[in-house]
Write a protein that binds this ligand. Structure first.
Ligand SMILES: [Zn+2]
Length: 584
C-alpha cells in the first residue's frame, strides 16, 4: 500500500510535464506470474538511445527484465516517422507484486503500474469448459427461456440449463480505445487477461502498420502448453479462424488475418478443432479456397496425426485416435443456424446438408479431450447468436440460444460424473436487444404495429413443443414474442419470422449508403423504420451494456460482483494454478 501511495504522490508532482509516450502493457495491466509478454515504449519524438531513461520500481529496466530492449531511433507509424521506440520481446516476471515502470525522454514522461499475480500451488479443477454465446444479452436468455420452456401465470414452466449455474458476475466489455467493443478484443481479454483494441487478438495494438509486430501477450493455449500437459479444444459454429475461436491461440492486430490465424492454430495444435471455415485451410488452387498461398493445412493437420472429418456423420462414426487429435471442418464459411439446419432447410443448408449441431460438436470434443488423464480446456462458441443478432433475425438468434443451452446441459450432465470440472457460461459482448411483449395475428387491426401487444395486453405467446425436444415446433405461431433492437439501419420491420432465409435488413444503394432492403417491402403490414445508425452500417451493432457471466464447479467462487473482462482470465489461471508448472 505504501508503494502505491508513493506512486500517487510522484504522479501528482509530474502532472505539469507531458505524458505523451505509450508503454505496453498499458497502465493497470494484470499479468500472470512467469507469463511471457512483449514490452514496448512508443515515444512521440525522435531521441538518441542515451537520452531515454526507463526504470522499473526505481531500478534500471534491463536489470529487472533481464535484457536490453531493441532501440528503434525512427519508428514508422501509419503516416511516416512517429517517433523513437523501444521493444523487448518475451520477457516474464517471476515474482508477484506491483511493477512501476517510468519512462523519461526530453519532455516526455510516462508512468504505468502493472500488477503481477500468483496462483495457488495446486489446481482447483482438472478441466474447464468455457461456453460463449457471441453477443449474448439478457434479452436473448429471456427469449430462449420463454420460447423453449413456456410460461404460465408469470412463472417460467422450466429452466434453462444455464439458469442453474450458482456463481455470477457482471462483466465490463469495453476496449482499450473505446467504450464499444468487438469479439476480437473481448474474447482476447478472456483468453489472455489483457484488454486490447477493437480487431486485436493476443496483442496490444501499437502504432506501426504491420498487423503482426504488435506487443504480444500470452494466450491461455500457450500458458497451458507452457505449464501443463492438458489438452485444448476449440469448438465454434463460426469459421474457426473467426475472432472468438481465434482468440484462444492468435496474435494479430487484425482479426481479418484469417489465413495467418490458421497457421497460429497449427502452431499450437489444439487437440480438438471443430467448426466452419475450411476455405482458409485449402491451398489457393482448390475451389472455394480463400488462401493466397499453396499451404494445404488439411494435409498438414493429417500429417500431424489428426483425424479430419467434414460432416456430422463422419464426426459420429470416424475412428478417433487415442491421443484425441480431431479436426472437423463442416462448412467453408460460417455454419448455418439451428433453425435452418434442422427445421427450415434454408441458408446454405442445401449446399452443406450434413452439418453437426453445437450439442454434437460439444459432446464429441468432451469425449476426445477427456481421454487425457491430465485434463483439458475446452472453449465452445455459439457464434450465430451474434451473427443473427446483427441482421435483426431474432428467431434464428434465439433458437441458437436454445441449442447453446442444450450444449451446456449436456456438459453439465458429463460434469455429474466429473465434478473436478469448472463450467463458465458467458457472452463476449451484448446487443441492444429486448423482448417487449407479443405480436398477435388474431388482433383485429389494419396495421401490423397495432398487433404488437404490450403490458397487460401482451399475455403469453402460444409456442408449442409437442415432441419435447426443447425447440418450438414452429416459430411462426399466431402469438409470438415481440423482439426489437434499439439500433438499426433503415429496414422494413415485418413483425414476423423470416422463413425464407436469414434476414438482410439493408442493402447498399448506388451511392454506397445502406438503405432498407426492398425485398421485404411488400410483406403484408411491413413498416419502414428509418435507421438511427450511420449510413455505412448494414446491420445493428454491439451494445456497450455489461455481459452476465455464470459459472459452477471448483474455482467458480472467483466470479462475483463487477469484473473487467480481463479479470476473468485471472480466475481461469487460478483454477488451473497456471502460475505453477505441472509438467510431468
Ligand atoms: Zn458481432
Amino acid at each position: 500500500m505504501r508503494a502505491r501511495l508513493a506512486l500517487l504522490a510522484a504522479a501528482t508532482c509530474l502532472a505539469g510535464t507531458a505524458q505523451a509516450a505509450t508503454i505496453y502493457p498499458l497502465d493497470r495491466a494484470t499479468v500472470l506470474v512467469g507469463s511471457p509478454f512483449d514490452f514496448k515504449v512508443e515515444l512521440d519524438q525522435v531521441y538518441d538511445a542515451g537520452d531515454v531513461e526507463v526504470t522499473v520500481n526505481g531500478e534500471a529496466y534491463a536489470d529487472v527484465f533481464g535484457s536490453e530492449a531493441e532501440f528503434v531511433a525512427e519508428e514508422n507509424g501509419k503516416d511516416g516517422v512517429a517517433g523513437s521506440a523501444m521493444i523487448l520481446r518475451g520477457i516474464s516476471l517471476t515474482e508477484a507484486g506491483d511493477y512501476a515502470v517510468a519512462v523519461k525522454a526530453g519532455d516526455e514522461t510516462k508512468d504505468v503500474t502493472w500488477t503481477v499475480y500468483d496462483t495457488p500451488a495446486m489446481p482447483k479443477a482438472k478441466n474447464i469448459i468455457f461456453f460463449v454465446a457471441d453477443g449474448m444479452s439478457m434479452g436473448h436468455r429471456t427469449a430462449a427461456r420463454i420460447m423453449s420452456k413456456g410460461m404460465t401465470e408469470g412463472k417460467a414452466d422450466g429452466r434453462l440449463s444455464m439458469d442453474g449455474l450458482d456463481h455470477m458476475a457482471t462483466i465490463g466489455t469495453s476496449s482499450t480505445h473505446s467504450i464499444a467493443t468487438d469479439s476480437a478484443n473481448t474474447m482476447s481479454a478472456y483468453m489472455t487477461g489483457h484488454k486490447t483494441r477493437v480487431n486485436a487478438l493476443g496483442v496490444y495494438a501499437d502504432r506501426t502498420p504491420n498487423s503482426q509486430d504488435d506487443p504480444k501477450v500470452e494466450t491461455i493455449a500457450e500458458a497451458l502448453r507452457r505449464q501443463t500437459g492438458k489438452s485444448i479444444g476449440v469448438v465454434s459454429t463460426a469459421e474457426i479462424e473467426d475472432a472468438t475461436p481465434a482468440a484462444v491461440v492468435a496474435h494479430t492486430r487484425l482479426r481479418a488475418d484469417k489465413a495467418d490465424i490458421v497457421g497460429m492454430f497449427y502452431d499450437i495444435k489444439p487437440e480438438v478443432i471443430l467448426g466452419g471455415g475450411s476455405a482458409y485451410f485449402l491451398k489457393s488452387d482448390v475451389a472455394g479456397s480463400k488462401r493466397k498461398d499453396d499451404k494445404d493445412y488439411i494435409s498438414m493437420f493429417e500429417d500431424a496425426g489428426y483425424t479430419v472429418v467434414t460432416s456430422a456423420d463422419e464426426l459420429d462414426t470416424a475412428e478417433k485416435p487415442e491421443d484425441g487429435k480431431l479436426l472437423g471442418l463442416f462448412h467453408t464459411g460460417n455454419m448455418d443456424t439451428k433453425l435452418d439446419r434442422s427445421f427450415l432447410k434454408k441458408g446454405s443448408v442445401e449446399k452443406f446438408p450434413n452439418q453437426p449441431g453445437l450439442v454434437e460438436m460439444t459432446d464429441a470434443a468432451i469425449e476426445q479431450l477427456s481421454k487425457n488423464p491430465e485434463g483439458f480446456f475446452l472453449m465452445v462458441e455459439a457464434a450465430t447468436v451474434d451473427k443473427m443478432s446483427h441482421p435483426l433475425d431474432w428467431d434464428r438468434a434465439v433458437v441458437d440460444m436454445i441449442e447453446f443451452d442444450q450444449a451446456i446441459g449436456s456438459a453439465m450432465e458429463w460434469m455429474n460424473s466429473h465434478p473436478d470440472t469448472m463450467i463458465v457460461v458467458t457472452g463476449d459482448h451484448t446487443h441492444g436487444f429486448s423482448v417487449i411483449g407479443t405480436v398477435d395475428d388474431e388482433v383485429d387491426a389494419e396495421e401490423m404495429r397495432d398487433k404488437v401487444l404490450t403490458y397487460d395486453a401482451a399475455g403469453f405467446p402460444n409456442y408449442t413443443d409437442d415432441n419435447g425436444d426443447g425447440y418450438p415446433d414452429k416459430v411462426d405461431v399466431s402469438r409470438r414474442l415481440a423482439m426489437f433492437s434499439n439500433n438499426f439501419p433503415d429496414y422494413y420491420e415485418t413483425f414476423r419470422p423470416k422463413l425464407d432465409g436469414p434476414f438482410q435488413p439493408a442493402v447498399k444503394d448506388e451511392n454506397g449508403r445502406y438503405v432498407a432492403n426492398d425485398a421485404y417491402k411488400d410483406v403484408p403490414g411491413a413498416v419502414l423504420r428509418t435507421g438511427n445508425l450511420p449510413h455505412n452500417a448494414s446491420t445493428g451493432v454491439h451494445a456497450v451494456d455489461d455481459v452476465v457471466l455464470q459459472s459452477t464447479g471448483p474455482g467458480a467462487e472467483g466470479f462475483k460482483g463487477y469484473m473487467e473482462q480481463s479479470d476473468v482470465y485471472g480466475v481461469l489461471a487460478d483454477t488451473f494454478a497456471l502460475g505453477t508448472s505441472q509438467k510431468q
